[in-house]
Design a protein around this ligand. Structure first.
Ligand code: S3P
Length: 184
């Protein structure tokens, strides 16, 4: 892309509680696009929550469902897609991210992710119990290289969901015409 064409979709990646869903919904509403969230579609397909899939069927089954949902959602147009926090690190994930996708990593520290996740309740099996900050730090370290493959990075601690959406609109305009505006 970056050749004067509007991206066909926006993909948001980042760690758990990095704000992918809230920024994604806001962005979709500003663009008049559809919003799709991996976990919501996975849960609807499986007929149970992500936590129950992990508990009853195991992570491998969750990743299998996630991959098939990803394949489908990454082919949609005029759609903002929020991936699950672990998906970008799965084998083959980035092969699904085509050139006409604007990908953005919403960056957050483990401490802030853990604080936000605890405020949102026990919906994330990988952050349940034990020393959560230690686990989040190790997970994030192992995933950072995969998040970094996104075309852009935005600081999700500096910006709230509304500002993130605004920044992504700016990135889209920039891709359409790099001469229009200096990027911040
Ligand atoms: C996961 C992140 C979750 C969800 C599942 C596994 C992960 O999504 O897909 O609990 O491996 O980081 P969110 O990033 O939306 O919380």
């Amino acid at each position: 892309m970056a050749n004067g064409e509007l991206p066909r979709r926006v993909l948001l990646v980042g760690f758990m509680a990095s704000g992918k869903s809230s920024a994604g919904k806001e962005l979709a509403s500003r663009l008049g696009w559809d919003f799709q969230d991996f976990d919501t579609v996975i849960a609807a397909r499986a007929g149970k929550s992500v936590s129950r899939i992990f508990a009853e069927d195991g992570e491998a089954e969750f990743r299998r469902l996630e991959s098939s949902v990803a394949e489908e959602l990454m082919a949609r147009s005029d759609t903002v897609v929020a991936s699950g926090g672990g998906w970008p690190a799965q084998p083959g994930a980035w092969k699904m991210v085509t050139e006409d996708t604007l990908s953005v990593w919403l960056k957050v520290s483990p401490a802030v992710a853990v604080r936000r996740a605890s405020e949102q309740g026990p919906t994330r099996p990988l952050l349940d119990g034990g020393d959560v900050t230690e686990r989040a730090t190790a997970l994030l370290l192992g995933r950072e290289a995969s998040y970094r493959r996104a075309r852009y990075t935005l600081d999700s601690e500096q910006y709230g969901p509304l500002e993130l959406a605004g920044e992504i609109v700016k990135l889209m305009k920039y891709e359409l015409d790099p001469t229009v505006e200096e990027m911040s």
